[in-house]
Design a protein around this ligand. Structure first.
Ligand code: HPA
Length: 289
């Protein structure tokens, strides 16, 4: 299903060279893998479990794909994996790149453009984030309803990806958000809808910054997702973003976050995110969508 805000997708929002680069990557993938993927997965923190569920048919090291951002800093293998999950053809990024590693918004967006050129209809993203909403607990899962972009990156005015004088209506797909909330409830946990604020990092926030980000209306803060979600929107791909709350900011209370706490929280939430993604794909398979 095309994104309700853009039907047909408005590719004029994507610089021509970026779209052509995405098509070059897609052509290389298609030379070895003929299926059309239904969904794209960006396996940020929290999708490790899903990565293990992929019946891998082909895999491409990022370093072997033209224009692809690749980095030794991402702590993952850095592969584009093609295969099936629950019988649904998917293309997945094992390891993502961030703006704080020195990549431009366009470089970070390129893999999504390539996935769109391969034909994905849906993009499922996950990330690790810091909770700003005092109601959150470590290990909670937030479904991104909307975002605030504080990345402040606009490379090359004339070619920058983005809307000119136009407000996006909805970057994150309403019906996927509703489905995920229902799936979570059926499995005995909550997926809380909330607002994600993206910063460039790489440092975590000062107490004053956490306070500020909460006041401007965000429920969680992280350093990814926005470039990819925007690219998906411009390509007419529906997007779901899931944030794992690894730590909750308590700027007005003395509280030190311990690494073990964060790791334990990520593990708990990883199971939940895995359930949500697998159930969504299963639904896709049975609905024949
Ligand atoms: N801030 C920014 N990014 C993060 C955080 C945080 O507190 N936790 C996990 N990713």
């Amino acid at each position: 299903m095309a994104h309700p805000d853009f039907d047909p997708p408005d590719r004029s929002l994507i610089p021509q060279t970026l779209w052509e680069r995405g098509q070059q990557v897609a052509a290389i993938v298609n030379s070895r893998w003929r299926s059309r993927p239904v969904a794209g997965l960006i396996l940020g923190t929290g999708l490790g479990g899903v990565a293990r569920q992929i019946q891998v048919q082909e895999a491409f090291d990022y370093a072997d794909l033209p224009h692809f951002p690749h980095s030794t800093a991402i702590g993952h293998r850095g592969r584009l994996v093609c295969g099936t999950v629950e019988g649904v053809p998917v293309v997945a990024m094992e390891g993502r790149c961030h703006v704080y590693e020195g990549y431009s918004m366009e470089q970070v967006a390129l893999p999504v453009i390539a996935m769109a050129a391969l034909g994905i209809e849906t993009l499922l993203l996950s990330n690790a984030s810091g909770g700003l909403n005092p109601g959150f607990r470590s290990g909670d899962v937030m479904v991104i309803e909307d975002h605030i972009n504080l990345m402040f990156r606009r490379e090359g005015n004339s070619t920058a990806i983005g809307f000119r004088h136009r407000a996006p209506k909805s970057t994150y797909d309403r019906s996927l958000i509703r489905q995920v909330i229902r799936i979570a409830a059926r499995h005995g946990f909550s997926a809380y809808p909330g607002i994600y604020v993206a910063v460039t990092g790489p440092n975590y926030e000062t107490r004053a910054e956490y306070r500020f980000l909460r006041r401007i209306g965000a429920d969680a803060v992280g350093m990814s997702t926005v470039p990819e979600a925007q690219a998906a929107l411009f390509c007419g791909v529906r997007t779901l973003g899931l944030s794992i709350i690894t730590n909750v900011a308590r700027p007005d209370a003395p509280h030190v976050v311990h690494a073990e706490e964060v790791i334990a929280a990520a593990r708990t939430a990883e199971k939940k995110v895995g359930t949500l993604v697998l159930q969504l794909l299963r639904h896709h398979a049975t609905a024949g969508a």
